[in-house]
Design a protein around this ligand. Structure first.
Ligand SMILES: [Zn+2]
Length: 290
């Protein structure tokens, strides 16, 4: 593993003793031979007062549907120190972003059809939206956004990310009848002057006109609703964004999907996860690739 000086970014590094810590075992110290800076490598849990096992246990409980209050009750029985409501909440907000910064760089080998939809939420009493998308072949949640509005700009953020991650794979994007999608999807993919058509087919299915449902994303939304019941009101849009990111990671990497009998990432990405504690493995991978 390559170690880089956290001050001058040089790679002329030597080991410089080890320090034993209460929560994270023995930690190797390093010294930079160029600038003399002494440091430890951040494995994702630098300066945390709790063990990686305890933190990732909480992430797993929370995103699989256990309430914050219940988690705290469990912790009090087994890990009585440093288990405040605020501490747990801060991990739930922090780690999805750490992992997401890494998993969002993975190219997605999707099928040809992506379904996009929005769900309505309340954040501090005000309307807000979760806009998300699923690859119908691998069931991977490709991109999502939590926002106060579902204006064209918000939809565009989600569609642009789909295009960036899936490249040329996607031929069809399916939505409900919400008007704002049309222009956003065709403009994001562009028009081919030689073939005289858009680079994407935008298909709409309007349930209120009896055209049926987009089952795969509807089923995903039922699952998300089931989980987010326990999220209660979100504290802020930012907080909601990172919590929903955590749910996305849970859906893509942690939970086995019943229809495909594996996790969506196994079909959609080249990533291989081998440890039982995949939260921990993802956090370490994210730090290594940061
Ligand atoms: Zn240095």
């Amino acid at each position: 593993m390559k170690v880089i000086c956290s001050k001058c970014k040089g790679n002329n590094i030597k080991k410089n003793g080890a320090r034993s810590t209460e929560n994270r075992g023995i930690i190797q110290r390093f010294k930079c031979k160029d600038c003399g800076f002494r440091f430890v490598k951040d494995d994702g849990f630098f300066r945390m007062r709790n063990s990686p096992q305890k933190i990732t246990l909480c992430l797993n409980m929370y995103f699989s549907g256990v309430s914050l209050r219940k988690i705290q009750e469990h912790l009090k029985a087994f890990y009585p120190h440093n288990s405040s409501h605020e501490a747990i909440h801060s991990w739930i907000e922090k780690y999805p972003k750490v992992i997401g910064d890494f998993t969002d760089t993975l190219p997605i080998n999707s099928g040809q059809e992506i379904q996009v939809d929005e769900m309505e939420y309340r954040t501090k009493g005000r309307q807000s939206w979760f806009i998300d998308s699923i690859d119908t072949k691998t069931r991977f949640m490709v991109s999502s956004l939590f926002s106060r509005t579902r204006a064209e700009g918000d939809l565009k953020t989600v569609v642009k990310e789909i295009r960036r991650k899936t490249g040329e794979n996607v031929k069809v994007i399916t939505t409900d009848g919400y008007n704002a999608y049309k222009g956003v999807i065709t403009r994001t993919y562009g028009y081919n002057r030689h073939k005289l058509k858009y680079n994407i087919i935008h298909r709409t299915r309007n349930a209120s006109r009896g055209e049926g449902f987009n089952y795969k994303i509807e089923r995903l939304h039922n699952n998300i609703r089931e989980r987010t019941k326990i999220f209660r009101g979100f504290k802020s849009v930012q907080s909601a964004q990172s919590i929903m990111k955590g749910y996305e990671i849970y859906h893509n990497f942690i939970r086995k999907h019943q229809a495909i009998k594996c996790c969506p990432y196994e079909l959609a990405t080249g990533l291989k996860l081998t440890e039982n504690n995949k939260w921990l493995e993802l956090i370490r991978l994210a730090k290594k690739n940061a």
